[in-house]
Design a protein. Structure first.
Length: 147
């Protein structure tokens, strides 16, 4: 109760809580969000941008073609292309009044390197699985030869 009435706000302190606890609002700090244009990892964190990259592929494509292929609105495509352009994942060439986009493969190197760090572990696990399967096949063949 505050001032003889119940408070609707969870942030208003009662006489006892004021002396025992500090105001909870001091712990509520809005955290700065990393901009999606900070690096390629943040940029490809969005499924729409990954779809755009996949649609562009190894070719060159205009905004209108992306809109048609993906079913997104033109402003959506333009917004995502801007982010991809700012991190260097796509390059833009003007052809008359149109802009054509293509993937900048060099900008994908940090992602490739990061994924590559897991590749050896995956290969080691697949090799162990292959060994287990060979052992199981060998055991099965031995059991059937004894029958």
């Amino acid at each position: 109760m505050v001032g003889g009435r119940e408070s609707d706000s969870p942030y208003q302190r009662t006489a006892t809580s004021a002396s025992l606890h500090s105001d909870i609002r001091m712990y509520y700090v809005s955290m700065a969000r990393t901009p999606t244009t900070a690096d390629v990892f943040n940029a490809i964190g969005d499924a729409h941008r990954r779809a755009i990259l996949e649609t562009i592929g190894a070719g060159e494509i205009g905004v209108g073609q992306l809109v048609d292929a993906l079913g997104f609105t033109q402003p959506q495509v333009s917004k995502h292309l801007k982010v991809l352009r700012e991190v260097g994942l796509v390059r833009c060439d003007r052809v008359g009044r149109q802009r054509h986009y293509r993937v900048n493969a060099a900008a994908l190197r940090p992602i490739h390197a990061w994924i590559g760090s897991f590749e050896q572990r995956w290969n080691d696990r697949y090799d162990r699985l292959d060994d287990i399967l060979v052992d199981l096949q060998h055991d099965t063949q031995q059991e059937s030869s004894y029958s």
